[in-house]
Write a protein that binds this ligand. Structure first.
Ligand code: 5IU
Length: 250
């Protein structure tokens, strides 16, 4: 057998960012490495999904700006209650990609006020190291590589992006389709057990691929869960598949 990946317990010693620690603790406690991507467009669907999948996930990934009826009191307050009730974190997949000053405004102002409720956010690193300084009190997951066909995140880009992710204190993880250093937590979207793509450029792999080939830490599943007839059952299926794949990769 190939060299073994390191366990979540070992990662707890290696990754000292408080959000990384929290995610790892939840993973160990729930025996889950599943993040559900809640790409739904109404508050009602978002809350219903969070209620169903909450017990099975370590984090709920949002695209808060696709909601047609966002309202801080009616969307964020109940979402935070569900996160507390079922012990999962809120990951806003904002993919910040501007200069630091603009990102700081996008993070704290506008109607979404992401800095008030997100535990972790995704950010591009294309604007350079200093652009990430504004994300205080939150964990940053840097976009290192993308899952879509024809992405421009080639190996030299990924290498430079990984250097920024490793060195910036606000960053504790990366989104990628390749192995990254153990000091970072790896998040892998593009996971679906039924489809190989979506006809719009998305490319899917299985949980087994993500754990065995990429030594990922967390799988991110969107349509595989929220489009299924029974999202709770599907979340449980992906949770078990992800956990089995993790254990087999140890
Ligand atoms: N997402 C990807 N690929 C990436 C990155 C983010 O799919 O490389 I960076 C997001 C997009 C969507 C979710 O919110 O992850 C995947 O959803 P589906 O499982 O429905 O394809």
């Amino acid at each position: 057998k190939e060299e073994k990946r390191i366990s979540y317990e070992q990662k707890l010693d290696l990754c000292d960012h408080s959000v990384a620690q929290k995610l790892l603790e939840i993973a160990i406690e729930k025996k889950s490495n599943l993040i559900v991507s809640a790409d739904v467009t109404t508050t009602q669907e978002l809350l219903a999904l969070a209620e169903k999948v909450g017990p099975h996930i370590v984090a709920l990934k949002t695209h808060i700006d696709i909601l047609i009826d966002f309202n801080s009191d009616q969307t964020i307050l109940p979402l935070k209650d569900l996160a507390a009730k079922y012990n999962f974190l809120l990951m806003e997949d904002r993919k910040f990609a501007d200069i630091g000053n603009t990102q700081e405004l996008q993070f704290a102002y506008g109607m979404y006020k992401i800095s008030n409720w997100a535990d972790l956010v995704t950010a591009q690193v294309i604007a350079g190291y200093d652009s990430l300084d504004c994300f205080r009190n939150v964990g940053v997951v840097a976009i290192l590589g993308m899952s879509s066909k024809g992405t421009l995140t080639d190996s030299s880009y990924r290498e430079e992006a990984t250097k920024i992710a490793l060195s910036h204190p606000n960053v504790f993880g990366g989104v990628a389709q390749n192995k990254i250093p153990n000091e970072l937590l790896l998040f892998t979207p593009g996971i679906n057990m039924a489809d190989s793509g979506d006809g719009k450029g998305q490319q899917y792999n299985t949980p087994e691929h993500a754990f065995t080939q990429l030594e990922t830490d967390f799988i991110i599943v969107g349509r595989g869960v929220y489009k299924s007839d029974d999202p709770e059952k599907s979340a449980l299926t992906y949770k078990i598949a992800g956990w089995n794949a993790y254990e087999q990769s140890l």
